[in-house]
Design a binder for this molecule. Structure first.
Ligand code: ATP
Ligand code: MG
Length: 366
């Protein structure tokens, strides 16, 4: 899978950009705040339909711009395709086109361009709070399973509504009548999320273990066990069973939810652990071990995407190399021999294997 050509208008700090891209390594070079990450974000947007630093479309539109445009010419699954997004200021919703034909939802164009992003925050994911790991899980899954995104959106919508009921019921006690209905629905969709996440983590874990073992010279075994709602006995069980067990947990916390006016139970509290030879990385891991494990996790995500889609996803490396010592840099670079890669970098000369160097200055290619 590769992006052959990228055109931008009024995207972030790019007024107009047209770039022909290398099928191998594209090195994006420039001083701070010139638009390197913005360029990566544009590629990411073509792949996922949203930015990676914001969920707000308005922030992607160039300051003062009336409309913005992203167009990518993509080669994948043996054919060439064109993906185009139009963004508007104000309330007008964005439009998307695949090969010139207007499409309604992101789901209809999912998989046209697959990309895996690796940024410095990913190096911290194993030490960060659970929310960061859930985001990591969700981002990985959304790429692979278009239906997961729909389920996740639905779950968050019900969660939001249920939270509002719990908050507002002091003023409006009759709301309590509809509460069981929302709880039931939450468990139903929640069971689906757990099912997806368990499978994804199992696959990711297998690959990550392999990478980490290679990385550590065969010395360390990395595992990433799934931590979900405590009443779930087997996350691979049929969703009807998961739903039932989620309801049990909810029932046990019903009074607590009413008293705290918060949704206390469900996969929105999910997490995964990372252990080296059985010891929790979060509590015992050295900085180097934690970084190595995080890199293994990311490379595993790329591998999983490759196996699942049958194509090598585009790899977006934002500033990760500068965060790594030479040994780890080499490991990452050796792992990316194949496929298309975009790497941002501030210093020239860091990377010698680039097929193409794109110099960015103030939103323009020099
Ligand atoms: P660094 O090396 O520090 O990571 P960078 O080259 O990756 O820098 P970017 O994050 O790509 O920098 O670009 C940042 C610049 O883009 C900032 O100066 C910011 O003000 C500008 N910018 C971000 N969003 C918009 C927007 N919607 N319209 C115009 N400019 C924007
Ligand atoms: Mg940057």
């Amino acid at each position: 899978m590769r992006l052959d050509r990228l055109c931008l208008r009024n995207f972030r700090n790019y007024e107009a950009l047209e770039a022909e891209l290398d099928p191998g390594v594209n090195l994006i070079l420039g001083e701070n705040a010139q638009g390197k990450t913005n360029l990566l974000e544009a590629v990411y947007y073509l792949s996922t339909g949203h930015g990676f630093r914001t969920r707000k479309e308005a922030e992607l539109l160039r300051f003062g711009g009336e409309f913005g445009e992203l167009e990518g010419h993509i080669t994948g699954h043996g054919r060439e395709q064109t993906l185009r997004y139009l963004l508007f200021s104000g309330r007008k919703p964005r439009q998307l086109y695949l090969n010139g034909v207007k499409r309604k939802t992101q789901g209809e164009v999912a998989g046209t361009l697959t990309a895996v992003l690796f940024c410095p925050e990913d190096l911290l994911v194993l030490k960060a709070g659970a929310a960061a790991r859930r985001r990591f899980l969700d981002q990985g899954l959304v790429q692979l399973r278009p239906r997961y995104e729909a389920a996740l959106t639905e779950y968050n919508r019900i969660l939001e509504q249920k939270s509002r009921i719990l908050r507002d019921r002091f003023e409006n006690p009759s709301l309590l009548q509809v509460l069981p209905e929302y709880s039931q629905r939450l468990c139903q969709v929640g069971a689906l999320l757990i099912s997806y996440r368990a499978r994804f983590l199992r696959g990711l874990g297998q690959e990550a273990t392999r990478f980490h073992r290679e990385f550590s010279g065969g010395r360390e075994t990395l595992e990433i066990p799934y931590r979900t709602v405590s009443t779930i006995t087997d996350p691979f069980a049929p969703t009807a069973t998961l739903e039932q067990q989620l309801l049990e947990h909810l029932e046990a916390h019903r009074t607590a939810e009413l008293e705290s006016a918060q949704c206390l139970t469900g996969p929105h509290k999910d997490d995964f652990d990372a252990t080296l030879d059985g010891l929790s990385l979060k509590s015992y891991g050295s900085q180097g071990q934690t970084r190595t494990a995080a890199i293994s996790l990311k490379l595993a995500q790329r591998e999983l995407t490759r196996v699942d889609t049958g194509e090598e996803p585009v790899l977006l490396l934002d500033d990760v190399l500068s965060e790594l010592d030479p040994g780890r840099q080499d490991f990452v670079l050796n792992q990316i021999q194949s496929g298309q890669v975009f790497i941002t970098c501030c210093e020239p000369g860091r990377l010698t294997k680039a097929g193409k160097t794109i110099r960015i200055e103030n939103g323009e290619i020099k």
